[in-house]
Design a binder for this molecule. Structure first.
Ligand code: BES
Ligand code: ZN
Ligand code: ZN
Length: 487
């Protein structure tokens, strides 16, 4: 989608459509002049359709021939008190979808505030809203109806020099994550993820791929234990971004990269197994963030992006329930359930990340069904014993419009993971599964501030809401970008 920013009044805009954001209960005072030019049609339709300015609502009308715009669209922003950057993202999504329906090729969009941050959010929201995953749809020979391309959007307000580019970089990172999660496991293999990482070197990132033998030499028995059941070679991905100037912050981002989770010998039931292509959602967010950060080029910061990619498959070579694996920190793990595989791959990823001597480590993983039971589909579980890092991620997520919620780690549930024969088991008791998973990961961190996001719920959406379409969401990218940028 294309964007422009012009600091011009509403009435000066000429194009197919004009969308204006309206607060709940604000009325039409600021649009009195426009309403007058439209012979009161605007106030008429607002009362006819009982448009109040609630979030997600809109009304539109067609103007008379010769008017500088063909369609006028009012977009509800909700109450002024609750309006924030994500309100701008969602309003832009409503505006651009309406314009598409109304076959507008160009759209002017006016929001309150319109400072650079708001305009950037509007760019993000519209670019994300119009995204469709069409990679595997063949071209119909006779299109049923002419497809409507998204309109060129002109944001009315005061931008900064790089407002559009920044919004587009953030959107492109999120869309990369969505595309990777949407595509199935016969395309998105560990090698495919490694190739995608390699391609990010065009943005100036450094890329290192560790092969099976390299990982074996590093003693990554937990990760390789998961990988041994698959016919596909594992790929351990390590991208590095180095900002300009003196480096004052060193960070690591780790993503769970199971390109398909069948459960292994503790095989999952058939119902819903197809969704387990999304078990590399943490890896997708990691690569998406890498792409956006490489384009935004923040100075003074160094970021490692780490993904231990593999499938989790049953086979004659697969790890058996009861097998004991040794992770790269020397700790031994009795694999009671081969479906608790993410934590095994993350164990070696976290040990690797900590050896890089960073100031903080954040991991993202579609780790447990239990986290979805606790927090539902829209909210990620946040686990950390570092209050400062928790605050950073909570703030970054808030600005990103991504919901996270703190979960406790100061509970004695790790007791349930004691093993008779090894240092620990890979599963805990019946309850608190998201917490036992986090406490398991904690065993592989010595001293570095660390935070874990369980994104099992928000990686995928069963409904369209705001700029989130049905399917892969790209969750995590914007939070990570904000965090690295120090927002
Ligand atoms: N990838 C799954 C977690 C998952 C399940 C995410 C459903 C989204 C939807 C993970 O590897 C897994 O299978 N976890 C098990 C852990 C259990 C065996 C202790 C789970 O959550 O059931
Ligand atoms: Zn699993
Ligand atoms: Zn999994």
């Amino acid at each position: 989608m294309e964007f422009a920013i012009e600091n011009q009044p509403l009435l000066a805009y000429q194009g197919d459509g004009l969308a204006v954001g309206i607060f709940e209960g604000e009325g039409l005072t600021k649009l009195a002049q426009l309403d007058e030019k439209l012979d009161g049609q605007l106030s008429e339709i607002v009362s006819e359709e009982q448009f109040k300015g609630k979030v997600g609502t809109k009304v539109s009308l067609r103007t008379a021939p010769g008017f500088p715009v063909r369609k006028v669209i009012l977009v509800g922003l909700g109450t002024q008190e609750k309006y924030n950057l994500d309100g701008a993202r969602r309003a832009a999504a409503v505006a651009v979808r309406a314009a598409q329906q109304l076959k507008c090729k160009t759209l002017g969009f006016s929001l309150p505030g319109p400072d650079p941050a708001t305009l950037q959010a509007a760019v993000e929201g519209s670019a994300l809203a119009v995204h469709e995953f069409k990679k595997f749809k063949s071209q119909p020979t006779e299109p049923a109806e002419t497809p409507t391309a998204p309109p060129t959007m002109t944001l009315l307000g005061q931008g900064a020099e790089n407002t559009i580019a920044r919004g587009q970089a953030v959107a492109a990172g999120t869309l990369l994550a969505r595309e990777l999660v949407s595509a199935p496991a016969n395309y998105v293999t560990p090698s495919y993820l490694a190739e995608q990482a390699q391609e990010l070197t065009t943005w100036g990132l450094d890329c290192q791929i560790l092969e099976q033998a390299d990982c074996a030499a590093l003693g990554m028995g937990a990760y390789l234990g998961v990988a041994q059941g698959s016919d596909l070679p594992p790929k351990f991905i390590h991208l590095t971004y180095t900002g300009a100037g003196e480096i004052t912050r060193r960070l690591a981002i780790v993503g769970k990269g199971i390109t398909f989770d069948s459960g292994g010998l503790s095989i999952k039931s058939a119902k819903g197994m197809e969704l387990m292509k999304f078990d590399m959602g943490g890896a997708a967010a990691t690569l998406g963030a890498a792409r956006a950060i490489a384009e935004l080029k923040p100075a003074g910061v160094l970021v490692h992006f780490i993904v231990a990619a593999t499938e989790n498959m049953p086979s004659g070579k697969a790890v058996h329930p009861g097998d004991i694996l040794t992770a790269s920190n020397g700790k031994t793990i009795e694999v009671d359930n081969t479906d608790a595989e993410g934590r095994l791959t993350l164990a070696d990823s976290l040990v690797y990340a900590e050896k890089l001597e960073v100031d903080a480590i954040v991991d993202l993983a579609t780790l447990t069904g239990a986290c979805m039971v606790a927090l539902g589909n829209d909210v990620a579980g946040l686990f950390s014993e570092d209050p400062a890092l928790s605050k950073e991620i909570e703030q970054a997520a808030e600005l990103a419009g991504e919901k996270v919620w703190p979960m406790p780690m100061d509970v004695p549930y790790f007791d349930s993971m004691k093993s008779l024969v090894a240092d620990m088991k890979n599963i805990g008791g019946q309850y608190g599964g998201a917490i036992t998973a986090a406490l398991f990961l904690k065993q592989f961190i010595i001293k570095t501030p660390w935070l874990h996001l369980d994104i099992a719920g928000p990686v995928w959406s069963e409904r369209q809401h705001g700029y989130i379409n049905k399917g892969a969401t790209g969750f995590g990218v914007r939070t990570l970008v904000n965090w690295v940028l120090g927002r």
